[in-house]
Design a protein around this ligand. Structure first.
Ligand SMILES: Cc1ncc(COP(=O)(O)O)c(C=O)c1O
Length: 381
């Protein structure tokens, strides 16, 4: 069996986790938590890192920190993992979905600009208001899908003019840069995920990054039950138990030590596929701008023969996955505002599939994947 994207645990994971077990520091306090927070923040070029139990709780916390609530909208790309939209809903806010660009598979910035210009107005308080619902659009969540990054200069200009805060869903983009700047650092808050399939993993975990000291302090406070005094159990507001435990942070430290090597291998895998599949059938790859240096986390191809390829790979015990179901098609969001002209999301969902991209993949396995995919087109032609 060739898996899709599995953890690579060949570094100091055992050693550091054993250290936690040997010393009894297994829970939410412990030096690995602070070390992991600093390592991620430093790597991402951020001043502060705050660990979270996972990327989803990190995104929820980020929106909560910005004061997002039931009176607000959060703009989200229509193709993303459900956690982006859910985190907005957890705050009580209502998501608005924008269709994606059919080449880069990121939020379409023309559609974003059009929506904010035609379908919104600026109220007396200086906030952008959706004409249809009369709710303020207080935040937007660009999602760096598959480690790619959209035109962030233009993005920041569009939303900056409308006074909309940016929370980057950088779950998939640790190691991705736009014009030399690391993802997660464009808006006020960025969030990384360390779920099992990500470029590094803690089994489950996340880190919130920010350059704002007050936001960082409040993030730490709120993710740790808003506890002011541990002896009297004095909590000064409603907090959350969104902590990452020391055992998992220990694993994260060991994974961070290996991150540069992981990125190198991911790039190799992506390049391999691009070279070996570029003239095969109608296969296309995600378009990545020359100013983006992506982490190549999970190679994904686009073809009108998605079904047949998925089946053939399955027959060969090779794991592949279609792209996410667009948000507007999910039962919770069928009534939501979705701004689109051509519903590219629908086609991208029907035509894209992610193929094996684990760090441990061998050349023989890469060859097996490309041969299996190519064989489909030999039968089709
Ligand atoms: C784009 C995106 N957003 C959010 C998440 C949520 O992260 P987590 O699974 O750590 O909660 C993930 C990954 O799972 C993701 O890929």
């Amino acid at each position: 069996m060739i898996p899709l994207s599995i953890p690579h645990l060949e570094g100091n994971e055992w050693k550091y986790i054993k250290h936690c077990l040997d010393t009894g520091w297994v829970s939410s306090a412990g030096s690995y938590v602070t070390q992991f927070e600093s390592m991620v923040a430093e790597f991402a070029g951020a001043k502060y890192g705050i660990a979270a139990s996972n990327g989803t709780s990190g995104l929820h916390m980020a929106l909560h920190l910005l004061g997002i609530n039931r009176d607000h909208h959060v703009i989200i790309p229509n193709i993303t993992f459900i956690a982006s939209a859910n985190s907005a809903v957890y705050t009580g806010a209502t998501p608005i979905f924008i269709d994606i660009d059919p080449q880069s598979w990121q939020m379409d910035l023309d559609l974003l600009e059009e929506f904010l210009t035609i379908k919104c107005f600026i109220n007396d308080a200086g906030y952008c208001v959706c004409k249809e619902t009369e709710k303020e659009i207080r935040a937007i969540m660009p999602v760096h899908v598959l480690g790619n990054i959209c035109d962030m200069d233009r993005f920041m200009q569009i939303v900056g003019e409308k006074n909309i805060e940016v929370v980057e869903d950088a779950s998939e983009s640790l190691g991705s840069y736009y014009k030399g700047k690391h993802s997660g650092g464009f808006g006020k808050i960025g969030v990384f995920s360390f779920n099992g399939n990500k470029i590094i993993t803690t089994g489950g975990g996340g880190v919130i990054v920010t350059d704002d000291e007050a936001t960082a302090k409040r993030a730490k406070h709120l993710t740790t039950q808003a506890k002011v005094d541990p002896e009297t159990y004095w909590h000064d507001e409603i907090g959350f138990n969104y902590r990452l435990v020391n055992v998992l942070a220990a694993m994260g430290v060991a994974q961070m030590e290996q991150l540069p090597g992981f990125i190198k291998k991911k790039k190799y895998i992506d390049q391999y596929y691009r070279e070996h599949l570029k003239d095969v059938g109608d296969i296309q790859f995600q378009k990545v701008s020359s100013v983006v240096d992506p982490n190549c986390w999970l190679t994904t191809i686009r073809t009108s023969h998605q079904d047949k390829i998925l089946q053939e790979l399955k027959n060969a015990s090779i794991i592949a996955r279609p792209f996410w179901t667009p948000m507007n098609q999910l039962p919770m969001f069928t009534e939501s505002i979705y701004h689109t002209h051509h519903d590219h999301s629908r086609v991208i969902h029907q035509e894209c599939l992610s193929i094996p991209s684990s760090v441990s993949l061998t050349d023989d396995q890469l060859d097996q994947v490309t041969q299996t995919i190519s064989s489909v087109f030999q039968k089709v032609n």
